[in-house]
Design a protein around this ligand. Structure first.
Ligand code: ITT
Length: 196
């Protein structure tokens, strides 16, 4: 079985492939389908933005499509950066700058609790929304960036029960407990069991 994922983030495609290939599911990204359609991510929730991307992808690619909208919520910052995780350091920002901005904001703050959230939406070939599911992983923000694995905020996030960051932990450990791993497990149950 193949699933098409409307994302232009190569890291997401790699992780989704690592998580879904043991289940016999192959992941195709937007690039393999001719390119990601323009989507304005102006929703106010992960669910809304994931639905927009999945529906735009389905209409562009003429097949059922999944999309992932995800981010990091920091308790002491009232959930920031949240749905703005990818653009936290502004236009022209990147993963390194986003994490640097977050670490700076948390300087001197003792409560470093945070969670990653991943919402997966699925759209039918006609562009209608089949549904959304959500996965989380809780943890805390490290004092500084550590490790080169993963992407985004991974070098700054320590999952509960560990001392290493997602940047230091092996990919299979991250995938086994991550927001994306949990959301995809739910997506397989809700969207794929006994359906096309
Ligand atoms: P698409 O919209 O094309 O899928 P994107 O990178 O813009 O790609 P999002 O709008 O969902 O995706 O933003 C997600 C951001 O949240 C991502 O760029 C990272 O900064 C952060 N993020 C999400 N999942 C993460 C993970 O597993 N590890 C580290 N950071 C993550």
């Amino acid at each position: 079985m193949r699933v098409v994922v409307a994302t232009s983030n190569a890291h997401k495609i790699i992780e989704m492939g690592e998580i879904l290939s043991p289940l016999g599911i192959e992941v195709l990204g937007a690039d393999a389908m001719g390119g990601m359609p323009e989507v304005v991510e102006d929703g106010t929730t992960f669910e809304e933005n994931a639905a927009k991307k999945a529906q735009a992808g389905a209409l562009a690619f003429h097949c059922p499509v999944l999309a992932d909208d995800s981010g990091l919520e920091v308790l002491a910052l009232n959930g920031e950066p949240g749905i703005y995780s990818a653009r936290y350091a502004g236009e022209g920002g990147n993963d390194g700058r986003n994490l640097a901005k977050l670490l700076k904001k948390l300087e001197g703050i003792e409560d470093r609790r945070a969670q990653f959230v991943c919402c997966i939406a699925m759209a039918n070939a006609d562009g209608s929304l089949r549904g959304t599911v959500r996965g989380i992983v809780t943890g805390r923000i490290a004092e500084g960036a550590r490790g080169t694995g993963g992407f985004g905020y991974d070098p700054g996030f320590i999952p509960d029960g560990y001392d290493q960051t997602f940047g230091e932990l092996p990919a299979e450990v991250k995938n086994g407990m991550s927001h994306r791993g949990n959301a995809l497990k739910e997506a397989v149950k809700v969207f794929f069991s006994g359906r096309d």
